[in-house]
Design a protein around this ligand. Structure first.
Ligand SMILES: [Zn+2]
Length: 592
């Protein structure tokens, strides 16, 4: 592969264009414009140059590029205008073997889509590995995307075009993202374990200490032991899967890494798991090469982070920082099973939890790889991002009490409508949070208890969630929001009761470790893109006792997460493994 890249770097313009013909459907101008960005240090750098060529093109040129693509399984399938590449890809997705009913459905979707957006529906039908997407997934995606706003869908079409180009380019240059494929295969396999047994429908729910959860832990442990060559693999007293790969000196300090393997209800396959699988792939390569570094690597699959079965969250990482609260053991789940009983059933030695506390002096730092769970990287067309800070968050539970009265007889000026007051407060939250970059504010729960169609709401309960990269900025927003809520309620003659229910400090990533991630990403030829983390992560807990820094991996489907549509590509997973390996190599050089 590097040889092919070298040839491309040395080629004259005509040869360069000829060599990469067909990567972008009937649009050689994309390749032509990327030519000026030579030399490309890596394949990732070449891909980025192609992406930039399209980003910098005019809107008309972008539209022409989209329109140069055939309709999915459309009439164009028979026409001579379809490139060989497109025919191959569509036939591999099973789209050339549709039943008459399926063809009719596709024709209808194609027509609706063209009418709505003015360009053909484009989907990179070949996913990671040759298998690609199933017909069912293609139909589901088609229907979902018909609901997108026009601008968003146009960007989504371009993103799919880049993914198609990436797959074609890999093939042309004889590159296969083997490290990413391994991570992707592991994640697929783990997704077979789901609490409600609906894994075959693509639904994934793995909550603390259920059968599926314990099976996933066992699977991770066996991969670590048998496939990856870790020296020491165990499942600890809270269910964390811990794999240790010693340094050249077994007593050397360790780099601590990992993430969680539990999921939210009906969640995705990569949230948490990616951060376990990526360093596993790195250790596997080290062990296969018989390499030992001047430091050990300890990978932890945290048993619990999402707080789905019990109210407590971050059970796994709290045990490592010595902040596992024994009172949590008496919490009961929805079926009345206490955490203590669930742990006894799983044969976890509850009395040993206190001993799981790690001595920070034995560790270099905690680093965590995680899927972004947001749209920032995918909208920037950049596969990896460096986290600057994990946002501090603040949650409140509120209730507004007005007066329930007859919806027909109470004049508008005589109402004390609790829901209207909450609605006004919600719009203020939106306005106030939007006014400061990085701040997000959400009223995600709104409830009119015993509401009725003909009753002015007398009560309205709501939640409030505010986050920012710095505690000070978050708190200033909260003060303004609470003040304004009081004013709104006073003016409307309703009463507000609001309580803080959760407060988590922002966890800025350690500067030196953040820079190590940046260098690792830059070495891959990927532009360095920094962003805060809006979601909480295990790194936030480890932050309390040691330096931490995170790497984000771009999510597909607009970055959607906590949803079965959450997805990554094998090429992006491959880059994540390489970035981690590069960070480990650089660290080894520093410590030699
Ligand atoms: Zn997560």
């Amino acid at each position: 592969m590097p040889l092919m890249l070298e040839k491309l770097n040395r080629a004259d313009k005509a040869r360069f264009i000829e060599r990469l013909a067909g990567i972008y459907e009937h649009s050689p101008w994309v390749v032509e414009r990327a030519y000026d960005a030579r030399p490309f240090v890596t394949l990732a750098a070449l891909k980025h140059a192609l992406v930039e060529a399209v980003r910098n093109a005019t809107a008309d040129e972008q539209l022409a590029l989209i329109r140069a693509h055939p309709q999915l399984a459309g009439r164009a399938m028979q026409a001579a205008t379809l490139t060989r590449e497109s025919t191959d890809e569509q036939s591999r997705a099973g789209l050339t073997q549709c039943t008459p009913d399926e063809l009719a459905r596709i024709a209808r979707l194609n027509a609706d889509y063209e009418a709505r957006f003015g360009f053909p529906f484009i989907l990179a039908v070949r996913g990671p590995r040759a298998l690609g997407l199933s017909k069912a997934e293609i139909f589901a995606t088609f229907e979902r995307r018909l609901d997108h706003p026009a601008e968003f869908e146009r960007a989504e079409a371009l993103r799919n075009i880049h993914r198609i180009a990436e797959i074609r380019l890999d093939e042309k240059l004889g590159f296969s993202p083997e490290l990413g494929n391994r991570v992707w295969d592991w994640a697929e396999h783990l997704a077979h374990y789901s609490d409600d047994g609906h894994a075959e429908r693509g639904e994934l729910t793995v909550t603390y200490l259920t059968d599926a959860h314990r099976a996933a832990a066992g699977r991770l442990a066996s991969w670590m032991r048998d496939d990856c060559g870790f020296d020491d693999v165990s499942i600890d007293a809270v269910g964390n899967v811990v794999g240790i790969y010693h340094g050249a000196d077994p007593d050397a300090r360790r780099l601590l890494t990992g993430s969680h393997y539990d999921t939210v209800r009906n969640g995705g396959r990569y949230d948490g798991r990616l951060g376990i699988l990526v360093p596993m792939a790195v250790v596997r390569e080290l062990a296969r090469a018989g390499r030992r570094l001047p430091f050990g690597i300890e990978v932890v699959g945290f048993a619990e982070e999402e707080g789905q079965r019990y109210r407590a969250t971050f059970l796994g990482s709290s045990a490592l920082t010595g902040r596992f609260d024994p009172r949590w053991l008496d919490q009961a789940d929805a079926n009345g099973i206490t955490m203590r009983d669930a742990m006894a059933d799983a044969k976890l030695p509850v009395d040993d939890i206190a001993r799981l506390r790690r001595d920070p002096a034995r560790y270099l730092a905690f680093v965590e790889v995680h899927i972004e769970q947001g749209p920032v990287l995918t909208e920037a067309d950049i596969p990896l991002g460096i986290v600057t800070s994990i946002n501090g968050s603040l949650r409140h539970a509120g209730e507004i009490v007005g007066m329930a009265s007859h919806a027909g007889t109470t004049p508008m000026n005589a109402r004390r409508d609790a829901a209207a007051a909450a609605a006004e407060a919600l719009l203020f939250v939106e306005r106030r949070a939007s006014s400061v970059p990085g701040v997000v504010g959400t009223i995600g729960m709104l409830d009119v208890p015993n509401g009725s169609i003909n009753v002015v709401p007398g009560r309205c309960r709501f939640s409030l969630d505010i986050r920012a990269p710095e505690d000070r900025v978050r708190d200033a927003c909260a003060v303004d929001v609470l003040d304004e809520m009081q004013r709104i309620c006073a003016r409307r003659g309703v009463r507000l009761a609001i309580q803080e229910t959760m407060r988590a400090s922002a966890a800025p990533c350690d500067d030196a470790w953040r820079v190590r991630w940046e260098r690792a990403v830059a070495a891959l030829g990927v532009p360095v893109h920094r962003l805060p983390s809006g979601a909480g992560h295990d790194a936030m807990k480890l932050h309390e006792v040691m330096p931490q820094a995170m790497l984000f991996v771009r999510g597909q489907n607009g970055g959607i997460s906590h949803n079965p549509l959450e997805s990554i590509t094998n090429d992006d997973a491959d880059l994540a493994v390489r970035a981690f390996a590069s960070l480990a190599d650089a660290l080894a050089a520093e410590r030699r």
